[in-house]
Write a new protein. Structure first.
Length: 363
């Protein structure tokens, strides 16, 4: 049984705006989930509905199979870390972390060891008497997390909680959050618009756009097997070309036929083909599966980003550790597994069924 389940959730506001459209998702215990999407995609609305701060227009929220749609937020085994951390500036670190326990009227004999344990968990031993104004952004975030976990919630919700940090600190906190989740063993649901954050931390990602779940799966599933044009473009860089399915494991694009790893698509069906820039190897025109002409390149420290065009005027993005001369004809080599074929307007259920069908056929 899922720890949390959202069933047929819709959310409409009085002005007519529809924030969520028939959302169905399941959250298992002890995993790190990310709700990923651009601004206005509905990810924070889902978080608020799970927390009980917002009510769905239709649908149900289940916890361990029990309907909690109308349950008061304070009674849910859920704690939230907000984007601005929502710490009390007039209270010190100990008092901030202890606040929820004091509200519950817990005895000080229980509060002190609980706060000490929570602060140790977030690597803030010895900070109990510090004022909030004396802490860095990363330390303030740790206090907010300690305040949340001291209540021993089943689920910790994090709403864009790394967005206020600089790039270096964000990277550090990504590792810390993931390590913390594994150590605590509780469920984290993390809202972000940053693809790298979601890919690096999550057990499972829900990609949202326009109030709908576009795709869900592991980071590798989402990156390697995007279900549609939006996911392919939103998750990393992609070369996306129109194509036609010749037969199982053979597709046509850029004026040529190529062996691929996809099946279960109708013969001659129009498709879109995705090849990631890092999967393109630069070689001689004679050895390449495609021949392109380089247009421009940027050196980005650990690799070159090269733009090129083929004979059919399809533009290509190539990421390589080797640079090229501008205006030079080069070959592009890629393996069949580097080609991902997307059907037009395929649903998650149809995609999963097709994937299971042809993977089963290969066994």
């Amino acid at each position: 049984m899922a720890l949390i389940e959202l069933k047929n959730i819709n959310k409409r506001y009085d002005d007519g705006f529809v924030a969520l459209k028939n959302i169905n998702l399941k959250i298992e215990s002890g995993k790190f989930y990310s709700l990923l999407g651009p601004s206005g995609s509905g990810k924070s609305t889902i978080l608020r509905i799970i927390a009980g701060f917002s009510q769905p227009t239709e649908g149900e929220v289940l916890l361990d199979g029990k309907n909690i749609t109308d349950m008061d937020p304070a009674k849910r085994p859920v704690n939230t870390v907000f984007q601005n951390y929502a710490l009390f500036p007039h209270l010190n670190v100990f008092e901030n972390v202890a606040f929820g326990l004091k509200i519950k009227k817990e005895a000080m004999s229980k509060i002190k060891p609980a706060v000490k344990t929570a602060l140790k968990m977030v690597r803030l031993d010895g900070y109990a008497n510090r004022e909030i104004s004396e802490l860095s952004g990363g330390q303030q975030q740790r206090v907010a997390i300690a305040r949340a976990i001291v209540n021993e919630p089943k689920v910790l919700l994090l709403d864009e909680s790394l967005s206020a940090l600089d790039k270096r600190l964000r990277k550090e906190m990504q590792f810390e959050l993931r390590a913390m989740q594994k150590k605590l063993g509780i469920t984290f649901i993390f809202v972000t618009h940053d693809q790298e954050e979601a890919l690096s931390m999550s057990d499972e990602i829900f990609v949202l756009n326009d109030g709908k779940i576009q795709q869900n799966g592991t980071p590798m599933d989402i990156y390697d097997e995007p279900i549609n044009d939006f996911v392919a473009r939103f998750i990393g860089d992609s070369n996306i070309l129109p194509g036609r399915m010749i037969k199982d494991y053979e597709v046509e694009f850029a004026g040529k036929k190529f062996e691929c790893a996809d099946a279960g698509i109708k013969i001659n069906e129009k498709v879109e083909v995705v090849i990631r820039p890092e999967d393109l190897d630069i070689t001689s025109p004679e050895k390449g599966k495609l021949v392109v002409t380089s247009l421009s390149q940027l050196f980005l420290g650990d690799h070159f980003e090269i733009k090129a065009v083929d004979m059919d005027e399809n533009e290509w993005l190539i990421q390589s550790t080797n640079g090229v001369k501008i205006g030079k004809r080069i070959g592009l080599y890629f393996d069949p597994e580097d080609i991902h074929v997307m059907r037009l307007h395929e649903s998650q259920a149809e995609f999963d069924a097709r994937l299971e069908s042809y993977e089963g056929g290969e066994d």
